[in-house]
Design a binder for this molecule. Structure first.
Ligand SMILES: Cc1cc2nc3c(=O)[nH]c(=O)nc-3n(C[C@H](O)[C@H](O)[C@H](O)COP(=O)(O)OP(=O)(O)OC[C@H]3O[C@@H](n4cnc5c(N)ncnc54)[C@H](O)[C@@H]3O)c2cc1C
Ligand code: FES
Length: 529
């Protein structure tokens, strides 16, 4: 292999705990100094390619500024999702005052994690992963990185290998991502690591005593351990005309493709619901040339999650881009000749529509589970801190209900990164370790050019402290209850967000008085760990 070598820095350029992006030939490298030693790894996050130098170095790991993936800077290992690959690790040496980094000429900056080889003679067990979403995908790969050599079967009712669901309502629907950009891994990857993916297979029943799954075609499959990660199923609107053509929900690749096909003729779109799916879909369809109206029973979009001020800022951004809102309204009927033409609201208003998207939330997809502890509120599965629901049965992602270690409350979240984290933890436990789930919820949204990141979990709060400027979309909002920061929503303050999530994870957030006074240096506080 050919290497490129270059002087990347002077030894005095970096203090302990510093990191910077440097160039070695044409390649970008993240150079770090820890305990007097230099390390060099790939410069860009394996998720969406964020420059890690703009994140936060905390202890031995760097937190990505965009969606909080974490990498060990001494070897490039990824220790927190959402990305799947590790980072390349490069040779560094010091000669005199020069820090010299050596990089393979063909490096991509990424590295596939080391995985155990499938060998049924060594391990004759079958581990089944029901659900090929983010939790399932991370679990399958983690089983191999954790050394499991038995059979892995991942099952999905969809016709696609695992893909990036979060892009559906953003880049994909807006026409900015092609179908080829959606898969999380290539077909060859699953072959190489002997991860069997059964497509188009719906599971109808799980017998947790006999450890057996039954498919809708009557076939069955026995398992030694099972991870159920079946995600959410969109709520339907039970009103007359709801079965007309061109009325959609959005959960799967197939849903998005149906919407795109119907959207070819452009025209008017009505979106029912002003939470994430509704708002993101409205933004994407507007960018596709639709005249979009959002119908919502609320008076401000996203108010229950972010509060009134931030919700109104999202509304303003949508209105500036031409989206109309019908607040305090419900759709009570759809009319049309085979295909939807009119949406009728509870106040009698009639909205012309070529397509309708219903975004009124999801329910945990658990109807095939009988003999486990389902929560009466939403039929999510109650798990212990190891994400276990019964002997040999693990649960991860949108269907898992667990105790939030920060507040002791029973919560369930619908976030991509959390589902990935849980898939990883569940896999470690299936593989024989004893790892507790102690994640900090994190999600992001992007509507037009308004990005928002959210760390923590707050269903209600006493106060929202806002640092920054909502109008400029540069702010941090702290959601406070009983003198504790439960959650933080931020826009265009990415490095501080990474630092805050680190401080929240370590239980080292500044006091509420400090936050009220402003000017807290979150980045330096997180770096000093
Ligand atoms: C359009 C959209 C955009 C989103 N954007 C964001 C975002 O920006 N940020 C964020 O944090 N979160 C976002 N989310 C939420 C995020 O995608 C979910 O939290 C995450 O996908 C949950 O992962 P999961 O593995 O639990 O389930 P899923 O990803 O839903 O995967 C479930 C899997 O189970 C399979 N399945 C279900 N039932 C059965 C059955 N009976 N038999 C066989 N297979 C079955 C499905 O086919 C699928 O493969 C978004 C969600 C959607 C729908
Ligand atoms: S780009 Fe790094 S976590 Fe998304």
């Amino acid at each position: 292999m050919k290497y490129i070598e270059a002087i990347a820095a002077n030894v005095n350029d970096l203090k302990d705990g510093d990191m910077r992006q440097v160039r070695v030939g044409e390649k970008e490298v993240l150079l770090n100094k820890l305990d007097g030693k230099f390390y060099a790894i790939g410069a860009h996050c394996s998720h969406y390619g964020a420059p890690l130098a703009k994140g936060v170095l905390s202890g031995h790991h760097v937190v990505c500024p965009w969606h909080n993936a974490c990498f060990d800077v001494t070897n490039g290992d990824q220790n927190q999702p959402p990305g799947l690959d590790a980072l390349a690790c490069y040779e560094v040496r010091v000669e005199g005052e020069n820090v010299i980094v050596s990089v393979p000429e063909n490096t991509t900056g990424l590295r596939s994690p080391d995985m155990a080889q499938f060998d049924p003679n060594i391990d004759g067990r079958t581990f089944v992963i029901l659900g090929a979403g983010t939790a399932g995908t991370h679990a399958a790969e983690t089983l191999r990185t954790a050394g499991y050599q038995g059979r892995i079967v991942m099952i999905t009712k969809e016709d696609k290998l695992p893909y990036d669901r979060t892009k559906l309502s953003k880049a994909y629907l807006a026409g900015k991502a092609s179908p080829e950009e959606m898969p999380l891994r290539s077909p060859e990857f699953y072959d190489e690591h002997h991860i069997e993916v059964l497509l188009n297979q719906q599971v109808k029943q799980v017998d947790t005593t006999a450890k057996k799954l039954t498919f809708s075609n009557g076939d069955s499959l026995s398992y030694d351990a099972l991870l159920v990660a079946t995600g959410g199923k969109p709520r339907q609107l039970d009103v007359p005309g709801a079965d007309l053509r061109n009325i959609f929900t959005l959960r799967s690749f197939e849903d998005a493709n149906h919407i795109l096909t119907a959207a070819e003729s452009k025209g008017r779109a009505v979106v029912i619901g002003s939470s994430f799916i509704g708002m993101e879909t409205a933004a994407a369809l507007t960018q596709q040339g639709f005249d979009v109206t959002i119908v919502s029973p609320d008076d401000v979009p996203l108010k229950k999650i972010f509060g009134e001020q931030i919700g109104k800022r999202f509304q303003q951004v949508h209105e500036e881009n031409g989206v109309n809102f019908k607040f305090n309204s419900k759709a009570v009927k759809f009319e049309g000749n085979g295909q939807v033409e009119t949406v009728i609201l509870d106040n009698g208003d009639r909205l012309a529509a070529n397509i309708v998207i219903i975004g009124i939330g999801v329910q945990p997809a658990t109807d095939f589970l009988q003999d486990v502890n389902l929560h009466p509120k939403d039929h999510s599965v109650v798990v212990d801190e190891y994400l276990r629901a019964a002997d040999g049965l693990y649960i991860a992602g949108d269907i898992a209900r667990y105790l939030d270690w920060r507040t002791g409350e029973s919560i369930r979240v619908e976030h991509w990164r959390v589902a990935a984290q849980q898939g990883r933890i569940a896999a470690h436990n299936m593989a024989g370790k004893s790892v507790k789930f102690r994640g900090l919820p994190f999600f992001w949204t992007m509507q037009f050019k308004f990005p928002l990141r959210y760390v923590g979990h707050a269903e209600s709060w006493d106060e929202i402290i806002i640092d920054g400027d909502l109008q400029k979309q540069e702010f941090i909002a702290f959601y406070v209850a009983k003198n504790q920061v439960l959650a933080v929503a931020t826009s265009h303050r990415d490095q501080e967000t990474a630092a805050i999530s680190e401080l929240m994870r370590l239980n080292q957030m500044p006091s509420i008085d400090e936050l009220r006074n402003g000017k807290v240096d979150f980045v330096n506080r997180a770096r000093s760990n």
